[in-house]
Design a protein around this ligand. Structure first.
Ligand code: ADP
Length: 353
């Protein structure tokens, strides 16, 4: 915290120790403004908000608000937009509350940065828009296919073909709805609150079992090399779902008759569960984005494999909800490796908790 002026040089810029104490206890950023718009006090982070220039308030909107409050002696709240930096058009939306203080006629300005809340709101809005778009595709296809069945009702071969495609679209819809439910459950729950102890080897073999049908259909063998014992604390269903998603992707994005392997290794306090394939790989520029919801490197291929575009964002969520993370290495046409890294649970004193 810093003072802009010494008390002697600006008599009106006085500030009582009690007020200073109260302001320093607040979670919000604050400014104390004496008559003449002289700043007598500002919290550290005010500088980062680009609200001041050469020790004076740089936002004309904020100066106007302060003047109104000084005139009316009534608290007012307003929204102001300040540039994010010296260049560019980016703005930061701030909510400011200006409170008239009888003491020395100072005005206390409380500042809150709404940008993060707005960003979260935007992400949520995009998610809803994406979901609507993703749902419309199979629903539209089903509607067209049912029309096709009706118009081809006297041709058994065509009816069979369209009905088969309807089944595929219906499955896509079911998978999508299921994944959306999974993801929203993950976002709301804290698995560490209802955690159980899970042996990594058990989680891996359950996930491998779930992939049997898909791997056998493609002639892909899954080699399972679980390492030394490791226990992770968490929700077993979520953990199996995450490992299963990595295995399904490894199978889906690999040519038939290749190999997929899964292994685990303890590295200090972390267990690393790695799924490696000999598949198509991921271009380097896409590696950052594949964990985003509904992001696919090749939407057409993902449609073919029945991908929902949510698998990896679920893995990422499970990892972070369990205090871990997920890493990827990939080379195009050589293969990919995904590592789910989780903290190892060590029961203290031999007890289970
Ligand atoms: P999808 O349901 O489309 O598989 P994911 O979220 O699981 O969605 O994966 C996002 C995208 O990342 C996929 O569409 C695919 O392009 C790429 N991807 C994921 N895993 C692999 C992998 N093992 N090999 C190659 N590409 C992969």
């Amino acid at each position: 915290m810093w003072f802009r002026r010494e008390e002697e040089s600006v008599p009106s810029g006085e500030i009582s120790p009690i007020l200073l104490d109260v302001i320093s206890q607040l979670d919000q950023d604050a400014l104390l403004v004496a008559p003449g718009e002289v700043i007598v006090f500002a919290t550290d982070d005010i500088e980062k908000l680009n609200l001041l220039r050469d020790g004076r308030i740089s936002s004309p909107e904020l100066i106007a608000l302060i003047r109104v409050v000084r005139r009316t002696r009534q608290t007012r709240t307003g929204k102001i937009a300040v540039p994010r930096g010296p260049i560019g058009e980016g703005l930061r939306d701030l909510t400011v509350k200006a409170i008239f203080l009888n003491e020395f006629e100072n005005i206390l300005v409380l500042v809150s940065d709404e940008s993060e809340a707005d960003r979260v709101h935007e992400v949520r809005r995009d998610f809803v828009a994406n979901i609507s778009h993703e749902l419309k595709t199979p629903i539209g296809a089903l509607s067209l296919l049912s029309e096709a069945v009706l118009s081809a009702k006297d041709e058994p071969a065509s009816v069979e073909k369209f009905a088969g495609r309807m089944q595929i679209e219906a499955k896509r819809l079911t998978d999508l709805v299921q994944e959306i439910i999974n993801l929203s459950r993950l976002q709301d729950s804290d698995p560490l609150e209802i955690a159980t102890e899970n042996h990594v080897a058990d989680l891996i073999s359950e996930a491998v079992d779930l992939c049997k049908t898909t791997s056998e259909a493609k002639g892909i063998s899954i080699s399972n090399a679980s390492g030394p014992e490791a226990i992770v604390l968490g929700d077993s269903e979520q953990l199996i779902m995450a490992i299963h998603n990595l295995l399904e992707n490894a199978i889906n994005y690999s040519p038939a008759n290749t190999k997929v392997s899964i292994s685990s290794e303890n590295q200090g306090d972390i267990v690393e569960i790695t799924v490696t394939d000999q598949g198509i790989g991921i271009p380097e520029g896409e590696l950052e984005r594949i964990f985003e919801r509904f992001y696919r490197v090749d939407p057409a291929r993902s449609r073919e494999t029945g991908g929902t575009g949510l698998g990896l964002s679920i893995v990422k969520h499970v990892a972070s909800n369990h205090g871990g993370d997920v890493k990827v290495w990939s080379s195009q046409n050589i293969g990919s490796s995904f590592a789910l890294r989780l903290p190892i649970f060590k029961p203290s004193g031999g007890s289970s908790q």
